[in-house]
Design a protein around this ligand. Structure first.
Ligand SMILES: [Zn+2]
Length: 133
C-alpha cells in the first residue's frame, strides 16, 4: 500500500515500492526536499533534508542499497497536498489567523483555542507600540 498524499508537512513525490516505507517529499510551504522513513502505518519516524530529489535518492541508496530501482512516482499535485493538509488541520489551526500547523513554527493551545508564533509576535509588537505612545 502506498503512502497518503502528505507525510508530515511534505507532499509525497515518490515512494519505494517495497515494505521499507521510504518516501521522498517536498514541504508544501518551504519547498524543502525530504527523505522520509516511516513506520508500517506511514507515520514519519525520521526525515532528512536534501538539496534536490537526486540528492535524496543518492542518500537513500547509501542507506538502503538497491532502493534506487524501487521508486514510484506518487503523482500528488500541490493542490491535492494542500487540500489534504487543510482537511487534516481543521481542528488544529491558529484560532486568530487560521494558519495550519505546517505553516507555523509553534502553536500554543489552551482548551479549544490555539495561537501561533506569528500572532504572538504581532501581539507583542502591538503591546510595545502601546507602551511607547
Ligand atoms: Zn496565528
Amino acid at each position: 500500500m502506498g503512502p497518503p498524499p502528505v507525510l508530515g508537512a511534505a507532499r509525497v513525490l515518490a515512494f519505494a515500492s517495497d515494505a521499507r516505507h521510504l518516501a521522498i517529499g517536498e514541504t508544501v510551504e518551504t519547498h524543502e526536499i525530504q527523505l522520509l522513513h516511516c513506520d508500517a502505518d506511514w507515520g514519519v519516524v525520521s526525515s532528512t533534508t536534501h538539496a534536490s530529489v537526486e540528492d535524496a535518492r543518492a542518500e537513500a541508496e547509501k542507506a538502503w542499497p538497491g532502493v534506487g530501482e524501487l521508486w514510484i512516482d506518487a503523482g500528488v499535485s500541490r493542490e491535492d497536498a494542500i487540500a489534504w493538509l487543510e482537511e487534516d488541520a481543521t481542528e488544529f489551526k491558529c484560532s486568530f489567523c487560521g494558519r495550519r500547523p505546517d505553516q507555523v513554527k509553534n502553536l500554543l493551545a489552551q482548551g479549544d483555542a490555539r495561537i501561533c508564533n506569528f500572532c504572538i509576535v504581532d501581539f507583542a509588537k502591538e503591546l510595545a507600540a502601546e507602551r511607547e505612545s
